[in-house]
Ligand binder design. Sequence first.
Ligand SMILES: C[S@@+](CC[C@H](N)C(=O)[O-])C[C@H]1O[C@@H](n2cnc3c(N)ncnc32)[C@H](O)[C@@H]1O
Length: 251
Amino acid sequence: MSKNTIKEHWNLIALEYQKKRKLSFDDIEYALGYARESELNLLGDVEEKRIVELGCGAAENSITLAKKGGICTGVDMSLEQLKYAKNLIIENKVKIELIEGDIENLIMIDDDIFDIAISIFALDWMQDLNAAFKEAYRILKPNGIFVFSMQHPIYNLLGAEDLDLKELKISGSYFEKEVTFVESTGIDLRVHASKISDIINGLIRIGFNIENILEPKPLERDVFPREEWYRKEIMEMVPSTLICKVLKVPK
Ligand SMILES: C[S@@+](CC[C@H](N)C(=O)[O-])C[C@H]1O[C@@H](n2cnc3c(N)ncnc32)[C@H](O)[C@@H]1O
């Protein structure tokens, strides 16, 4: 499975994705149906902070942070996704640097320059998750914050799409290293699957201090579902998302 296939997938699916995604420009949603950044306060004060968003898509999160005074850079490998980002940045009258690049290899970015890195539902697409963690560590300043959310490895096993709670079954092995999706584009996608232990051990070995791990249960107040994959009755029993906040401990 090549990186180009993932890029091709995102270039093809960008329009469909953006039609559905519709994120706010005032707050950051780490997980569907869960408390946002304004309540979780994982990032702290972002004013004048240098922030990079890894796998930014249409850069809604960067726009939110730029509106709060952050100096933001968005990185994504899909030019089609970045086209949406460019338009939204203009519409929202903010300044954000956009970089077309692979977050597993950020050769164009110097060491130790960001105060904060965020990544929302992009690390699910890695060929080598540890390479992305290493790059996030490298480009963060000492004591920099990295907050990311990704699909929960257990939820991924349930094949929750189009199923009722009663029909749920485990659709594959938790220990399998690859998962395959055939998306609406018809592209057969194989991405690397991570166990919880792969994620946590990867972060520790790279030198991050784990500060907070959240496995959100949907809040009553949220309206569901927005996407078929996310089913409230299932998410009330199994977390759909893993949110991690880690700190770069200087070596
Ligand atoms: C599910 S979307 C999330 C986008 C955005 N963060 C959001 O919450 O809407 C995943 C994004 O990750 C990007 N992506 C996947 N693999 C990548 C890689 N290796 N380097 C950079 N971007 C990548 C895709 O192009 C896509 O825009």
